[in-house]
Design a binder for this molecule. Structure first.
Ligand code: RBF
Length: 160
C-alpha cells in the first residue's frame, strides 16, 4: 500500500531507463474493474511515455485476482515478454476470504519470479475499503499502475 508520504505516480524521469524495444505483458483482473482499469491504463501510459511502443504491449484480462497467477504464468512461459505486470484489486470489506486471495496471489507471483527469468511485477492493490483503492488508482496517492510500469522499466534494463 502507498504510505501517506509516498505518491505512487511520482518518479524522477531522468532516473527511469528507456523501454525502447521492450515487450511487455499486462494481465489484469476484471473484479473491481473501476480500479483495475485505471491501474491498467496508468501502466500503459507510463510505459508509452518512457519509450515502449503501444504495439509491444500485450494486454490480457482474467476474471479475478486469483486468476492472475495463471495468466502471468502463461505469459512467463511463452517467453514473449521482457516483463509482465499483474494488476488486481482485493478489498477486505467485500471479500470474506481476502487473506486467502492475497496470500495466494502473492505466493503464486513470487514463485514465478523465483523459477523463471522474466520479472513479474506485483500490481495487486490490497485495501480495507473502496476509498483506499480509489486513492491508489489515480486519486490522492497516485496510481499504482504508474509505479508498476516504472518498476518494470527498471527490472528490464539490467543484465541479470
Ligand atoms: N477478486 C478480486 O480480484 N478482488 C476481490 O476483491 C475479490 N473478492 C471476491 C469475493 C468473493 C466473495 C468471491 C467469491 C470472489 C472474489 N474475487 C475477488 C474473485 C477471485 O479472485 C476469483 O476470481 C474467484 O474466487 C474464482 O472463482
Amino acid at each position: 500500500m502507498a504510505t501517506e508520504l509516498h505518491n505512487l505516480s511520482e518518479y524522477d524521469p531522468t532516473k527511469v531507463p528507456s523501454g525502447k524495444g521492450k515487450k511487455i505483458g499486462i494481465v489484469y483482473a476484471e473484479w473491481n474493474s473501476d480500479i483495475t482499469y485505471a491501474l491498467r491504463d496508468g501502466a500503459i501510459a507510463t510505459l508509452i511515455s518512457n519509450g515502449v511502443k503501444r504495439e509491444e504491449i500485450t494486454i490480457k484480462s482474467v476474471p479475478g485476482s486469483f486468476e492472475l497467477i495463471y495468466g502471468a504464468s502463461q505469459m512467463v512461459k511463452s517467453n514473449k515478454y521482457d516483463s509482465i505486470i499483474a494488476i488486481g484489486c482485493v478489498i477486505r470489506g467485500d471479500t470474506p476470504h481476502f487473506d486467502y486471495i492475497c496470500e495466494g496471489v502473492t505466493a503464486g507471483l513470487s514463485k514465478l519470479n523465483v523459477e523463471y527469468n522474466t520479472p513479474v511485477i506485483f500490481g495487486l492493490i490490497t485495501t480495507n475499503n473502496l476509498q483506499q483503492a480509489q486513492e491508489r488508482s489515480g486519486g490522492r496517492l497516485g496510481n499504482k499502475g504508474d509505479e508498476c510500469a516504472v518498476t518494470a522499466l527498471h527490472m528490464m534494463s539490467q543484465e541479470w
